[in-house]
Design a protein. Structure first.
Length: 454
């Protein structure tokens, strides 16, 4: 039994591994699906754009609910919240693997995203509640490293399962891991007691945020297919603008806002979140559209496509450690700017190279991008945390997570529409490069300057 092996000396380390494994599964699901998309599209008779909803239905639910996910732990308790989130994720992973239609898999993926929206903030909170401040940095470093390893393994695992067994196993593989996570967590976790008042859920903010981002992403993704001048696309854009405006007004007046929008008046906070948003945008470009390009243009099978992405994935966990140390030594400004510069150059070269249909020429650009990703995330996250006072750290963490997921959801929507419209992968990478260079300019102007720190 797990409980007989757990004692007060190792309990916190067991919780660290358990929380990191749950986080790792969410990270794995970001990348493992990308390589399998063409096969899923074929087997379930989906259009190109509709197949991209296999990823974005998952991301949209996370983006809409992640900000409220962290607060639920203070309301219902972290034991209940974490187990419920992991169970939901597992049940609908199983359901996604059994999908027989587009509607089935999209619904299962959306509900899987609901579980992920709970696991993401809850797993981070478990570490904050378990480790003393003197060990929290080490715990978060291990947590992030395990997540990075899962991200790096995603394309290869997805390619192997799709090519050698079935794409359905990219979802079913979660189930035994989740069973172990729940058993070990229940044996090791001790629920803390809170003396402070329990927070309230900002329901009007949640509703307007969801009703703002969903039509926006839908309009961008479906515009090329339905027509940019069609009434439904115009209506979706108008609805999004109205709801997001209402969301902003509600958040300014709320006593316990879902997202404290006043924090964005801090230039470092704003530019760092933009860097995190952009980093996630580039991940979608390279992993999702890179995998599609390898299979469609270079005629690779899923396993070969997953292996072809390894030069981009291997540097991520390695550079994460180096980037963290450089940030501690020099501060977050220059490591973040360096990461953005390398990313912009890598994506520009990628865009110029894809037309040659030569994988060999792409390898250096993939390595460069892999180096850049961790160079952006770790220091930018540090910059966010340094830019807000201690009592707002929790709110800042929630906003960072939201920015990260938004970057993926908006990135997939824009790039999917671009590919559908132009039928070429070159604009996908060139546009992403342009967004990175724009973020670099904003970061150079505002990120980490002493006169804009709180």
């Amino acid at each position: 039994m797990p409980g007989s092996l757990i004692n007060e000396n190792n309990r916190k380390w067991v919780i660290l591994v358990t929380a990191s494994m749950a986080f790792g599964l969410i990270m794995l699901d970001e990348t493992v699906v990308a390589v399998a998309l063409p096969t899923i599209q074929h087997d379930l008779s989906m259009s190109l754009v509709l197949s991209h909803w296999v990823i974005n239905s998952y991301l949209l639910v996370i983006a809409g609910l992640i900000a409220v996910g962290g607060k639920l732990g203070d309301i219902i308790g972290y034991r209940t919240l974490f187990v419920a989130g992991v169970l939901i994720f597992g049940i609908f992973s199983l359901a996604a693997g059994f999908a027989q239609s587009a509607t089935w898999i999209l619904t299962a993926r959306a509900l899987q995203g609901f579980g992920a929206a709970v696991i993401f903030p809850a797993s981070m909170a478990l570490l904050a509640l378990t480790f003393p401040a003197s060990q929290r940095g080490l715990a978060m470093g291990v947590y992030g490293a395990i997540g990075s390893i899962f991200i790096a393994l995603g394309p290869l695992v997805g390619g192997f399962l799709t090519d050698e067994i079935s794409w359905r196993w990219i979802f079913w593989i979660n189930v035994p891991v989740i069973a172990i996570i729940i058993l070990v967590f229940l044996a090791s976790w001790r629920e803390p007691t809170f003396e402070t008042a329990r927070p309230k859920i900002d329901l009007p903010g949640l509703v307007t945020l969801v009703l703002g981002i969903t039509p926006l992403v839908m309009a961008i993704m479906q515009g090329a297919e339905w027509g940019w001048d069609s009434y439904i696309i115009i209506f979706l854009f108008i609805m999004s603008a109205v709801m997001l405006t209402l969301f902003y007004i509600i958040e300014l007046r709320a006593k316990e806002p879902l997202i404290e929008v006043d924090l964005f008046r801090n230039e470092t906070f704003l530019s760092s979140n933009l860097a995190i948003f952009t980093g996630q945008f580039t991940k979608i470009a390279v992993i999702v559209f890179g995998a599609l390009y390898f299979q469609e243009a270079l005629k690779m099978n899923p396993l070969q496509a997953g292996a072809a992405l390894l030069p981009a994935m291997i540097p991520i966990p390695i550079v994460a450690v180096i980037s963290g140390r450089l940030t501690d030594k020099y501060g977050p400004r220059y490591p973040t700017l360096f990461g953005l510069l390398i990313s912009g150059v890598a994506l520009l070269l990628m865009g110029l190279t894809v037309g040659t249909d030569s994988y060999r020429l792409l390898v250096p650009t993939l390595i460069l991008w892999g180096i850049s990703l961790s160079s952006i995330f770790a220091p930018a996250l540090t910059a966010v945390m340094l830019s807000v006072p201690n009592e707002k750290q929790g709110q800042a963490s929630g906003i960072v997570l939201t920015s990260q997921i938004f970057g993926a959801a908006i990135g997939l929507a824009i790039l999917s529409a671009l590919l559908q419209q132009l039928h070429s992968y070159r604009p996908v990478f060139l546009l992403t490069s342009g967004i990175v260079f724009f973020t670099l300019i904003v970061g150079w102007m505002y990120l980490g300057r002493k006169n804009n720190q709180s």
